[in-house]
Design a binder for this molecule. Structure first.
Ligand code: HEC
Length: 112
């Protein structure tokens, strides 16, 4: 009985710790990116179409993308002719450097 209680307490502690840790790339993509870029990265969403976002599953588009530029876009946003096309997510991420890197890797895996 005592052991069971200990295990339950340990389980709760671990669950609590996990929820405090940085989010996974898939979670971040779902929460912060999919509304524009689409769950699948094809950007076939209302916003994606309006903003004419490229299809990140397309090999030709993937070839154009550079890892360091993607990283910077995720952290600091995307501007075109001084106009913001996408905001930066530095403030939204728990552990920005790591999570932005994970998102770049996640986007690379969207390639068809
Ligand atoms: C409000 C809509 C919107 C949201 C939300 C959004 N983006 Fe974007 N994103 C854009 C637009 C617009 C562009 C520029 C057009 C393009 O790349 O086709 C862009 C470009 C990018 C690029 C390409 C940068 C480059 O090197 O050219 C990456 C990578 C990217 N977004 C990742 C993300 C990630 C990761 C998230 C979530 C953390 C996110 N975006 C959320 C609209 C958005």
């Amino acid at each position: 009985m005592k052991t069971t209680m200990k295990l339950v307490t340990l389980g709760l502690a671990l669950a609590g710790a996990a929820s405090l840790a940085a989010a996974t790339a898939a979670e971040n993509w779902e929460n912060h990116c999919a509304s524009c870029h689409g769950e699948d990265g094809k950007a076939q969403t209302k916003q994606g179409k309006k903003l004419k976002i490229r299809d990140y599953t397309d090999a030709a588009v993937q070839a154009e993308l550079k890892d360091d530029a993607m990283l910077q876009a995720i952290l600091d946003g995307v501007k075109e002719n001084g106009k913001e096309r996408m905001k930066g997510f530095k403030e939204e991420l728990e552990n920005p450097d790591q999570e932005a890197k994970d998102l770049v890797a996640f986007i690379r895996k969207l390639k068809a």
